[in-house]
Design a protein around this ligand. Structure first.
Ligand SMILES: Nc1ncnc2c1ncn2[C@@H]1O[C@H](COP(=O)(O)OP(=O)(O)OP(=O)(O)O)[C@@H](O)[C@H]1O
Length: 366
């Protein structure tokens, strides 16, 4: 009897996954271009990036579906190059569910236990617990065709976790589902991660999903990881324009750094406005782009000291917020999202408003 995973119901201990300088070529095309990432035991890491950036390639290399052309992957300090997929012991979930259509929910979820030769009593107990955990008990006797997309994906997740694997890999598991369902399964997956303690590696091209779910996000572009950080680091302090534009809505103001004091810099905008921003320590003097998120901008109808003059181009009432597009005196466009509070009038196109930016609201991109 082969039981590599802990007893039913027990917490799995997540594995550490270390990817170093991994290269994957398709012909002359580099799908992974020297990728490095160190995922800690029990961490929830998301690979985020546009279509074709190499997310699935990296996941497949870790899963063992593909072999790297260079570099190394270690799990808990041991190289896994020679270990075939089925011996890596990872749980996997795909966008397409990949359930066995002629098996019931119970049989689908029991399948990995059967393959591992686990005895019937243990298997039945483990399946029952897992179905309960995924709120599927009442559907146990159904076949996939008798279930909704969301329910089928919960069965696929149940099958992936039934062995209590140390690593769970998920490739765009929610992208076939509608927004509401996606949001509720996002919460279920987060809770599951907490309950299980396994290491989760999750692939998505949906930045909101990545921000909501992850301990850390690795942003990918053209086969490389361009930034790894917590959701707040990635959103507030992106390393470059690509990350700033890909994660959330952004305004970029062209400016020149006049002076630097630690991580605070003084800048001059194209229209001559002097303002302050935060930056990384090692930024050089010269022309830069400054990121300002639309919700971090204060607006007023009256001129206040240090505010920038702007002309309203459009204004929309969206319920809890107003979405205002303005043009700065420099000619640069700016998007503003502000709370719709009592007494705040929705401005009209052509109105002059005053835009205030605190130094902590402005981030210098390198
Ligand atoms: N088997 C293959 N043969 C040739 N090229 C491939 C193969 N698999 C992937 N590629 C190419 O490698 C690049 C990265 O693909 P990958 O599937 O890893 O991207 P992705 O970020 O997961 O994109 P998506 O979100 O669209 O799934 C793409 O340009 C893709 O066309």
């Amino acid at each position: 009897m082969a039981t590599r995973s802990p007893a039913a119901g027990a917490q799995a201990i997540g594995s550490r996954i270390t990817v170093s300088g991994v290269v994957k070529r398709y012909g002359s095309f580099l799908a992974a271009d020297g990728v490095g990432i160190d995922i800690q035991p029990g961490e929830f890491v998301t690979l985020l990036g546009p279509s074709g950036s190499g997310k699935t390639t990296l996941l497949n290399l870790i899963a063992g579906f593909q072999k790297p052309d260079g570099g190394a992957i270690h799990v808990d300090g041991k190289p896994i190059d020679g270990v075939p997929t089925h011996r890596r012991g990872f749980g996997m979930v795909f966008q397409s569910y990949a359930l066995f259509p002629n098996m019931t929910v119970t049989q689908n979820v029991a399948f990995p236990l059967r393959m591992a030769g686990i005895d019937r009593a243990t298997s039945e107990r483990r399946v029952a617990e897992t179905l309960e955990m995924m709120r599927l008990s009442e559907h146990a006797a159904k076949t996939p065709a008798e279930m909704s997309g969301g329910q089928q994906q919960r069965v696929a997740i149940a099958r992936a976790i039934v062995m209590r694997p140390r690593v769970i890999l998920m490739d765009e598991p929610l992208s076939a589902l509608d927004r509401r369902l996606r949001e509720s399964i996002q919460i279920e997956i987060r809770d599951l991660h907490r309950t299980l303690g396994s290491t989760f590696l999750f692939v998505t091209h949906d930045q909101g999903e990545a921000l909501a779910m992850s301990d850390r996000i690795a942003v990918m572009d053209a086969g490389r990881i361009v930034q790894i950080g917590t959701p707040t680091e990635i959103y507030r302090h992106p390393v470059n324009r690509f990350v700033a534009a890909f994660v959330g809505e952004s305004n970029l103001i062209e400016a020149e750094i006049l002076q630097r004091r630690g991580t605070t810099v003084t800048l001059k905008s194209r229209s001559g406005q002097v303002f302050e921003a935060e930056s990384r320590e090692q930024i050089d003097l010269g022309r830069v782009a400054v990121l300002v998120r639309p919700e971090r901008i204060a607006v007023g109808a009256e001129q206040v000291s240090g505010a920038m003059r702007a002309t309203v181009r459009s204004a929309l009432f969206l319920g809890e917020i107003q979405r205002i597009e303005v043009e700065l005196e420099s000619g640069e466009p700016m998007l503003i999202r502000c709370a719709d509070t009592a007494g705040r009038r929705l401005p009209d196109p052509g109105d002059t408003i005053w835009v205030s930016l605190g130094s902590e609201d402005c981030w210098v991109l390198s």
